[in-house]
Design a protein around this ligand. Structure first.
Ligand code: ZN
Length: 401
């Protein structure tokens, strides 16, 4: 991967081009392996740092990594996040495991997941792989961890009312799953409570579920249920687990259909959770109070020009990563921070907006444009900066004969 990327390093590519190459020449080399075996953290970190040094030409990052991973419309570069890719490749196995085919390879994972009521049921539980059977292979353990990670980002969680595979309900540090009970329809903590919110006595329990159980077993389980969980189980309605198929999974306001989810779907879900606001927005908001929808500026970049170099220029201005003399002085690369063209202090706003010379250039350009096209257009500073020509009836005028 490193050699391939190095070959392209010398070319004069835009950030967009490099982001694409990082995916197609870089990470793609590792995808097959990463989907088959567990990838250690050190490998993930090494790969990611190679990819970033390719993007920034072995120099320091210019924008936050979590911004770079976002789609172009969010001010990112769609840059490949290898860690998320590894996680998504693993989670893509859920879809394969749940497919209708009766492949031989499924025998092994199914053997393990059956111990917890099957994969679909387990995914609904409030599990922690540390409290599951130690024999569960790392590959599947990680799969469960990654799924849990995705889940934890969603607030509404009734899974802690499920009795089985619950990390809060442990006997000798292991969560429990008792198949015989499960088959009798005992799923929730509330299934063990009477109408007063107390635990059923052993006799009541045996009668209710027509199930002979060991006294010690029974009280061991009751003792394992923390008081908060018991209270919550009594106060909240019994979760609705079986009215729809277990294949549907609720993630905040989204319903995921587990057998249909592919790697790219999981990838997108993870990337969304990483989203942060680009640092530069704060400074731009100070200059243009009325402009709140900064993300839109990034969308406009791709509408206002087809040329990737020009797009990149806009991208850099919006991220404020074009150094003016102000930055050069700040980093001790230059003693002087006055503008090249006038005696005022230089800054990114000065160069592109406030400097008289720039203003003249824009005026001249607009005059030329208006003469040439027989139009009467004017662009505000905000429109120039944000590539937004809405409201200036820019396109309608051009299109009229
Ligand atoms: Zn100036």
């Amino acid at each position: 991967m490193k050699t391939k990327l190095n070959l392209w390093q010398t070319r004069d590519l835009t950030l967009y081009g490099k982001s694409l190459l990082a995916k197609t020449l870089g990470a793609s080399q590792l995808i097959y392996t990463a989907s088959m075996i567990s990838v250690p953290d050190t490998a993930i970190n090494t790969v990611q740092s190679h990819l970033f040094s390719f993007l920034w030409k072995n120099k320091k990052d210019k924008i936050k990594r979590n911004v770079a991973f976002q789609p172009l419309s969010e001010g990112g570069l769609n840059f490949v996040n290898f860690r998320v890719m590894v996680k998504s490749l693993r989670l893509a196995w859920i879809g394969r495991l749940l497919s209708n085919s009766n492949d031989n390879w499924k025998a092994i994972p199914n053997f393990y997941f059956e111990k917890y009521g099957g994969l679909l049921f387990l995914l609904k539980c409030n599990y922690n792989t540390a409290n599951l059977d130690k024999n569960l292979p790392l590959f599947y353990r990680e799969l469960l961890d990654y799924f849990q990670e995705l889940n934890n980002n969603s607030k509404d969680n009734n899974s802690n009312l499920i009795l089985w595979n619950n990390k809060k309900i442990t006997v000798e540090k292991n969560s429990v799953f008792w198949k015989r009970w499960f088959e009798r329809g005992i799923y929730f903590v509330s299934d063990l409570l009477n109408s007063n919110g107390r635990f059923l006595s052993l006799d009541e329990f045996q009668e209710k579920y027509d199930l002979k159980v060991n006294l010690l077993h029974y009280f061991q389980l009751l003792a394992a249920i923390p008081l908060v969980v018991k209270r919550k189980a009594f106060d909240s309605p019994t979760p609705d687990l079986f009215s729809t198929s277990l294949e549907y999974h609720q993630l905040e306001d989204r319903t995921l259909v587990l057998p249909k989810l592919r790697c790219k779907n999981y990838y997108k879900l993870f990337i969304e959770t990483l989203a942060v606001e680009p640092t530069a927005f704060k400074s731009w908001k100070r200059c243009f109070l009325e402009l709140t929808d900064w993300n839109k500026c990034f969308v406009e970049i791709h509408k206002s020009s087809k040329d990737n170099k020009l797009r990149q220029f806009s991208f850099k201005v919006l991220h404020r990563i074009i150094p003016s003399k102000k930055e050069l002085k700040k980093y001790n690369l230059n003693n002087d921070d006055t503008c090249f063209l006038c005696p005022n202090l230089d800054s990114i706003e000065h160069t592109f907006i406030h400097c008289n010379e720039s203003a003249n250039l824009f005026t001249h350009t607009m005059r030329w444009f208006n003469d040439f096209h027989n139009t009467k257009l004017q662009l505000s500073n905000r429109q120039i900066l944000s590539n937004s020509f809405e409201g200036s009836s820019f396109f309608t005028i051009i299109e009229s004969p």
